[in-house]
Design a protein around this ligand. Sequence first.
Ligand SMILES: CC(C)(COP(=O)(O)OP(=O)(O)OC[C@H]1O[C@@H](n2cnc3c(N)ncnc32)[C@H](O)[C@@H]1OP(=O)(O)O)[C@@H](O)C(=O)NCCC(=O)NCCS
Length: 94
Amino acid sequence: MYIAKHGDRYIGYSHFRELNNQQLQQGITAVIKEYWNQGVATALKARILKFGKDHGYQIIEGSHRNNNIPMRTVNEQKLGFVPNSSEIRFEKII
Ligand SMILES: CC(C)(COP(=O)(O)OP(=O)(O)OC[C@H]1O[C@@H](n2cnc3c(N)ncnc32)[C@H](O)[C@@H]1OP(=O)(O)O)[C@@H](O)C(=O)NCCC(=O)NCCS
């Protein structure tokens, strides 16, 4: 996990783990709201990509909800992640 600090304050984090010796899996990323849209999540995830490259991993996978526009922007527009599969979540009012 990488953690972002502003002074003495922890303002965001991004979690990842190893899936196998070629692949990392990105977990939750979250930033305190008052720091949104200042590039914190992008910086945290870019640091994970660097870790992966530096340690010989070839792929990092992750997921986001299609309606989470900030996370989609970070993953797809800013960091170049591309979809490889998708999951549709269902609900039924009972
Ligand atoms: C998702 C989250 C981590 C993003 O953190 P962040 O530090 O604000 O992200 P960044 O500043 O690096 O990038 C956000 C980008 O989305 C863009 N964005 C935000 N809201 C947007 C909107 N409604 N429409 C279009 N773009 C939007 C920002 O402009 C920014 O892009 P830019 O740098 O090109 O301007 C943060 O919103 C958060 O903590 N959300 C709650 C937890 C969450 O949903 N986590 C993801 C679970 S997978």
